[in-house]
Write a protein that binds this ligand. Structure first.
Ligand SMILES: *Cc1c(COP(=O)(O)O)cnc(C)c1O
Length: 351
């Protein structure tokens, strides 16, 4: 606390990201990064863009990337917004579209950054509880609100809602913006992007950090009808005209174009997830049905904090949230087959 701080800073509750420690031999399963590197074509694109043109500012509107994404989703480039990580896209979304007189609805168990943004932008939040199986019921969102944000699949549960329920939610709130954060959708859920031509109140947010193996480059995007995208552009152009650097634009474009690499690495992660799920259940764990690149799991006889500590002592890092309702759960990122086995070996030693 400093006398130089503005009052806004005093009142913030910053999001705490998973740690990035430098421990030799660490099995890092705590921040849902992709265990496989980006496509070789991505690295080639970065090399090809690394020359004296870096003295120039990047394309402020990331035109080529937005056109490539639009083609990929069957939309128009003007229906795509890109930003410096989906966290930044979400920040602009909160400021531009989610602040209203009535509260913003979100799930009580969800990506905790939503509450951080709500505080930053002074947005009132009404938390809608998930049921005891950690499931979201869209009927519970039938209450007065200014806007709605859901992660689908949800984080940190990994549970996905079918597209039909997302559509029902969007259709039943024609006067509110509904944001669907699809950070993990590629690992087993269906994107709501196909609904965009029919619903002017739907915004779908994606990241390149998980299924595209590019967390280090910070690239995210939003898909929606023109009026929603224009709101985000107005916010961006009042904050930073060049959120995506030249190398990130080149890399992201190549990542979308290399569909074979995307599919192969995604399929491997899904196979490893099924293996880890079966192995944990065989050891007495409850594992929530995951459509993401992580599993959310607990053991009836072991506290979450104890398991997290035991794993850490064995150089296996997972995410544990010391929060009501989920403090006995571990969120375990799906790594390579080797990393998954190291995790399971450590679990065997602890239990
Ligand atoms: C990882 C994650 C993000 C942030 O992704 P970045 O593009 O790396 O900022 C957003 N939403 C959810 C639910 C996530 O898990």
């Amino acid at each position: 606390m400093s006398r130089f701080w503005s009052s806004a800073v005093h009142d913030l509750e910053p999001y705490v990201a998973g740690e990035q420690p430098k421990i030799p031999g660490l099995v890092k399963l705590n921040t849902n990064e992709n265990p496989f590197g980006p496509s070789p074509r991505v690295l080639e694109a970065i090399a090809a863009a690394s020359d004296d043109r870096l003295r120039l500012y990047p394309d402020p509107s990331s035109s080529r990337l937005r056109e490539t994404l639009a083609r990929n989703f069957g939309l128009e480039a003007e229906q795509v917004f890109v930003g410096n990580g989906s966290d930044e896209v979400l920040a602009f979304t909160f400021a531009a579209l989610l602040k209203h007189d009535k509260p913003l609805l979100c799930s009580d168990i969800t990506y905790s950054f939503y509450k951080t943004y709500a505080r930053l932008f002074e947005i009132t939040v009404d938390e809608v509880p998930v049921d005891d199986a950690m499931r979201i019921h869209i009927g519970d969102y039938d209450r007065p609100c200014g806007a709605i944000i859901l992660a689908n699949p949800n984080a940190p549960t990994g549970i996905a809602l079918p597209l039909s329920e997302i559509e029902a939610l969007v259709a039943s709130h024609p006067d509110q913006v509904v944001v669907i954060d699809e950070a993990y959708v590629d690992f087993g859920a269906e994107t709501a992007a196909s609904l965009i031509p029919r619903y002017e109140n739907l915004l779908v947010v994606h990241t390149f950090s998980k299924s595209r193996s590019l967390a280090g480059l910070r690239i995210g995007f939003a898909l929606g009808q023109r009026s929603l995208i224009e709101a985000l552009e107005r916010m961006k152009d009042s904050f930073n005209s060049y959120p995506l650097d030249t190398l990130a634009q080149a890399a992201a474009t190549a990542a979308v174009e290399d569909k074979a690499w995307f599919k192969q690495t995604r399929d491997q992660i899904i196979a490893n997830r099924d293996m880890v799920t079966g192995a944990l259940k065989a050891r007495g764990f409850e594992v929530l049905p995951s459509s993401a690149n992580f599993v959310f799991t607990r053991h009836p006889a072991h506290q979450g904090a104890d398991l997290a500590r035991g794993l850490r002592e064995r150089a296996v890092l997972i995410r544990h949230f010391a929060k009501p309702r989920i403090s006995d759960f571990l969120r375990v990122t799906i790594g390579t087959a080797e990393e998954c086995h190291q995790f399971l070996t450590a679990i065997d030693q602890i239990i």
